[in-house]
Design a protein around this ligand. Structure first.
Ligand code: SAH
Ligand code: SF4
Ligand code: F3S
Length: 440
């Protein structure tokens, strides 16, 4: 038994929050905290939150309420709120929820150890600054422990696009790229710990333009350099904006073998009128032509997207345009949401579409997207795919890995094969996973 303090972290929202949570655990590790998956035994509970839709933010308050009993039983338990809700509503959280001791925004969490000290001294502490310093420079990497074979690596943060519905430019701040040498060093460090696949993260990852000795590197350049790292076998990136898909990045999809044939490229709507109102700065036709060029470079690329239905002013005809675009693209996977008005964003004050209409549109869109996804999954049956063995599955003797197209694949294998890339013959497809057997 160690006498280290225990930290419980619950993460909401996007992959960047997942990465941030890992880094916060490392930062607190330097202060003597160990991660636990049981809030009951924690000395500190940290919620890393998401503000993207109304429901996401509400979840935070209901989750906090659930810790009341724990805090009453152990008044020295510290409760912290990090992430995008902390940034957007930090002061309000402090007012509404006396249980909370610490509020830390997504650009200030390298100061979490000091904030913990301040809260211990003064009772409560809040930091939602956008400091000039690079938070990544101030975060310890954590112990040289072995890692799961697939890891996230944040290369870019923030967003300057200001889509009319979106809180991200406000919660994460302006677009900032990390210097290329730091990313390469972090990637090499991950590979030394057993990482085989790295997903480069950014709110607008393809807008990456990180400083390097020979001038700024684009994302394509960064990917090409990462591909030269021995032991790193797979590279992915997310999330991209259509307007930042430059020629070199498209070419990289055809040329860099380690770059996986899967691209999440949200379009949000298939209607030019709605795209304009959303401030997306491209048309549906621009997007479709872009996909043609990407598919020309990498014919087997699997596409994924995000959609919003019921954006203010969206008519039946606009929605039909979205269905038509989806039919044309046939996404391998997609996420779709009802428009959720977010305080402080331009669209929040516009006339809203009826909730019933939103629900009906979402249902129709999801039915179509699911049908395409099922067809894509089914098209894998009989193929042999290279699968990265990641972790044990639910059934005895079963392991789970990922195909190049980011599909979960189940098969029987020795756990000692974790981290290996092995051919798996696909025998059956479900909407969200494949199953098969190791090929000879
Ligand atoms: N940076 C990424 C996505 C950020 S948020 C991009 O530009 O695509 C992830 C997704 O959440 C968005 O693509 C959008 O589909 C959805 N989303 C964002 N704000 C929303 C809102 N107010 N209501 C409903 N969905 C929203
Ligand atoms: Fe939000 Fe648009 Fe920026 Fe994506 S590009 S994070 S949707 S503002
Ligand atoms: Fe949510 Fe913030 Fe990510 S609002 S989606 S956690 S950038």
């Amino acid at each position: 038994m160690s006498d280290a303090k225990k930290l419980f972290v619950k993460t909401y929202g996007c992959q960047m929050n997942v990465y941030d949570s890992e880094r916060m655990v490392a930062a607190m590790g330097a202060k003597g905290y160990e991660e636990t998956d049981r809030p009951e035994e924690a000395d500190m509970i940290l919620l890393n939150t998401c503000h993207i839709r109304e429901k996401a933010a509400e979840k935070v308050y209901s989750e906090l309420g659930r810790y009341r009993g724990l805090k009453e039983a152990r008044p020295d338990l510290k409760i912290g709120v990090a992430g995008c809700v902390a940034q957007a509503e930090g002061e309000e959280i402090m007012r509404r929820q006396p249980l909370v001791d610490i509020v830390v925004g997504p650009q200030a969490y390298h100061r979490l150890p000091q904030l913990t000290d301040a809260a211990a001294k003064d009772g409560r502490a809040i930091d939602t600054d956008f400091p000039e310093e690079d938070k990544f420079d101030h975060l310890p990497r954590g112990p040289k422990a072995r890692r799961a074979p697939a890891a996230f690596l944040t290369v870019q943060e923030g967003c300057d696009k200001f889509c009319a519905f979106c809180v991200v430019p406000y919660t994460r701040g302006a677009e900032v790229s990390r210097p290329a040498d730091r990313i390469l060093a972090e990637a090499r460090d991950l590979v030394e710990r057993g990482v085989v696949e790295i997903t480069l993260l950014g709110q607008n990852v393809n807008a990456y333009h990180g400083a390097a000795a020979d001038g700024d590197w684009s994302l394509a350049r960064l990917i090409r350099e990462l591909a030269a790292v021995d032991g790193l076998e797979r590279i992915r990136f997310t999330t991209s904006h259509p307007n930042d898909m430059d020629d070199d990045l498209i070419a990289a999809h055809g040329e860099v073998e380690k770059l996986m044939p899967y691209l999440h490229l949200p379009v949000q709507s298939g209607s030019d009128r709605v795209l304009k109102a959303m401030n997306r700065k491209h048309t549906a036709e621009d997007y479709l032509r872009l996909l043609e060029r990407i598919r020309a470079a990498r014919p087997d690329i699997a596409l994924s997207g995000d959609f919003i239905v019921g954006f203010p002013g969206e008519s039946d005809a606009d929605f039909e345009d979205t269905l038509a675009l989806c039919r044309e693209v046939a996404y391998a996977q997609a996420y779709s949401f009802k428009y959720s008005p977010r305080p402080g964003t331009p669209a929040a004050d516009r006339a809203h579409v009826d909730e019933d209409v939103k629900s009906e549109r979402l249902q129709r869109l999801q039915a179509q997207l699911t049908a395409d996804q099922v067809a894509f999954q089914q098209s894998m049956v009989g193929k042999t795919l290279p699968v990265l063995v990641e972790k044990p599955g639910r059934e005895p003797g079963q392991m789970v890995g990922r195909s190049p197209y980011l599909q979960a694949v189940h098969f029987q294998a020795d756990p000692a094969l974790t981290g290996r890339l092995l051919p798996v013959e696909i025998r059956a497809a479900a909407p969200n996973s494949l199953s098969g057997a190791l090929a000879e």
